[in-house]
Design a protein around this ligand. Structure first.
Ligand code: KE4
Length: 437
């Protein structure tokens, strides 16, 4: 496979890493298994760039999978962390900074009346799910949950589920090590299919604790929910006393200041956040209606805890990031730059005679080797993965680092200025020749 052009240091580090770390990585997507070739071991980053172990510079379009929205090592973020560092790393006790971050999140996301900070998106989604199960049905508790094919909410057991054999049969584990007893209460429906939601609630409505959804999916590549899909979800949850949870770990503060829920104008009961709110450090959160949040220990019976929850250094990084994204025109510029990138890269792909299209929302984008933008998981799977993989490596060789999978979204930062976008488009025009050649 082309793309083996990595220098020796990446290959040497990969071989060394695989001796002590399973697959040589601490998160599977980093291993390049979907695209083939040698992962790049990153040594430093600055603005829109990072450098690999061979000293090669790339324009970075993963941005740590979303967090780096203001660009790498922004001076105001670094300064905020240095200031916090001098006051200590972690106390295991409450701090004013955590209260300030909670107040900031509640200010920016009106559907959140109370919020709890945790250390990863997985932890936030898992905790939100347990809270929903404990609080639903007027606190009597419910067991069943609904998620959607192609959506990823972290790796908690109840959420590692693939669709059951029948349309409305309960899910089976999508990972080894997850007992079927754990997934027997998880129903996996098709994304963007309102009728399936109607049918599921007709069959199980009053035993459904939670519907969890990526409002704009980013873990099957970028796929937008239709307004009808979300409106149906909202109506049915309200009607049956189920808790509607929007997983905005990726879209929160990424697609708009108020997240995807502000674009659709639909209020969930709970919201899961991560990535941008940590600015690259381990901060995530879940929050929502106060009467639901009151079920959490130490007030209520739903237990949730964390040694490093609200860590002062991480919160300092997240708060500095949240302040920067509120600067006037931040999202106008980010959205315009991202939209230009996608419009012009699509034009280049189509000029090369390829079935190629793209979509973007705020600073998040999807590109697809397909004739039209996919609207669900089946349409995503039907896109041309092999052509994507050739394109990925042709771009990597030209110093453009896209997400190493046809089934991931891409991310633009405020540091990706016009010259960076132009350099990307120039590389893309050459790379498309390699794909169509
Ligand atoms: P983490 O536990 O990785 O912080 O967050 C899990 C999660 C939850 N919800 C959504 C919508 C997410 O996108 C994620 C994590 N996203 C992936 C990107 N596909 C993280 C990258 C990785 O797994 O290494």
């Amino acid at each position: 496979m082309s793309g083996q052009m990595s220098g020796d240091r990446n290959q040497q580090l990969f071989e060394r890493a695989r001796r002590t770390i399973p697959g040589g990585v601490n998160s599977p997507v980093r291993a390049f298994r979907s695209v083939g070739g040698t992962p790049r071991f990153i040594s430093k980053a600055q603005g829109p760039y990072f450098w690999d172990a061979d000293g090669k510079r790339y324009i970075d379009y993963i941005g740590s999978w979303g967090p780096m929205i203001v660009g790498h090592t922004h001076p105001k973020v670094v300064a905020a962390m240095q200031g916090a560092l001098e006051r200590g790393l972690s106390y295991g006790a409450p701090t004013e900074a955590e209260v300030e971050m909670a107040e900031e999140i509640i200010k920016l996301v009106p559907s959140i009346q109370q919020v709890r900070l945790v250390s990863s998106g997985t932890e936030a989604a898992m905790s939100a799910l347990r809270l929903a199960r404990g609080a639903a049905g007027g606190g009597k508790g419910r067991r069943k949950i609904i998620k959607f094919e192609g959506c990823y909410h972290g790796h908690a057991d109840s959420l590692l589920v693939k669709a059951g054999s029948g349309l409305l049969t309960f899910g089976n584990p999508s990972s080894a090590g997850v007992p079927a007893e754990i997934t027997q209460h998880t129903l996996v429906l098709d994304y963007n299919d309102p009728q399936q939601l109607e049918d599921a609630f007709k069959a199980h409505g009053d035993d459904i604790a939670c519907v969890m959804v990526e409002v704009i999916a980013g873990n099957m590549n970028l796929v937008r929910a239709t307004p009808e899909f979300l409106q149906t979800m909202r109506r049915l949850c309200t009607q049956h006393g189920a808790i509607l949870a929007f997983d905005e770990v990726m879209t929160g503060f990424r697609v708009a200041l108020g997240g995807a829920q502000s674009i659709y104008g639909i209020e969930p009961d709970l919201t899961v956040l991560g990535k941008v709110i940590g600015g690259g450090m381990p901060v995530a959160a879940f929050g929502g209606r106060k009467e639901i949040m009151q079920h959490l220990a130490p007030l209520g019976g739903v237990y949730q805890a964390g040694t490093l929850s609200g860590n002062p250094i991480a919160v300092a990084c997240g708060m500095a990031t949240l302040k920067l994204i509120q600067e006037p025109g931040f999202y106008d510029r980010l959205s315009a730059n991202t939209a230009r990138l996608i419009q012009e890269i699509v034009a280049a792909g189509q000029a090369a005679g390829l079935p190629f299209c793209g979509d973007s929302v705020g600073g998040m984008f999807g590109i697809y080797f397909a004739a039209s933008v996919p609207g669900n998981y089946a349409q995503i799977i039907a896109t041309d993965k092999n052509r994507f993989n050739v394109f990925f490596h042709a771009m990597l060789e030209r110093g453009i680092y896209l997400a190493p999978s046809a089934y991931e979204a891409g991310f633009v930062s405020a540091a990706h200025d016009a010259s960076v976008i132009d350099a990307t488009l120039s590389a893309a025009r050459e790379a498309f020749a390699a794909v169509s050649g």
